[in-house]
Design a binder for this molecule. Structure first.
Ligand code: FAD
Length: 99
């Protein structure tokens, strides 16, 4: 593989480095990202984000794009085991401090 000069080399392509690479790229830095797996992790790992993460996402995406790709939990977020027994219940019926 031909070696390329970059300003920042990021190891791993998880959500943190995706965000970092996007923000650095938007500021004009030449960034390379190196992931050990050929495809993204196949199971959901981000079913919830809070207002702070929403602000970070808004710094790279228009709000309408975030809203279009996000379901807003109206009341409860429940975790069940394979027998559908309730393990955890989180009350999302109210908006967070930042909406
Ligand atoms: C079941 C589950 C549910 C979750 N639900 C939520 C949720 O609802 N909301 C939420 O905010 N968070 C949730 N999380 C946590 C969230 O997934 C993590 O906080 C987030 O993925 C961390 O991002 P990251 O980029 O720091 O690391 P990671 O997602 O771990 O990404 C690191 C990447 O680096 C790669 N890598 C590591 N070492 C090397 C190497 N030597 N060379 C090349 N590549 C390498 C890995 O393969 C991986 O792709 C959940 C996690 C799990 C497991």
């Amino acid at each position: 593989m031909k070696q390329k000069n970059v300003d920042v080399a990021i190891v791993g392509y998880g959500p943190v480095s995706k965000q970092l690479a996007t923000l650095l790229g938007k500021k004009g830095w030449n960034v390379s990202v190196h992931e050990r797996f050929p495809a993204p992790y196949p199971l959901p790992r981000a079913v919830h984000f809070d207002d702070e993460i929403a602000r970070i996402l808004q710094s790279i995406l228009p709000s309408k794009d975030i809203e279009r790709n996000t379901d807003v939990a109206k009341d409860l977020y429940e975790w069940c085991n394979a027998d559908r027994q309730l393990l955890l219940s989180l009350d999302f019926s109210a908006y967070g401090v930042s909406g």
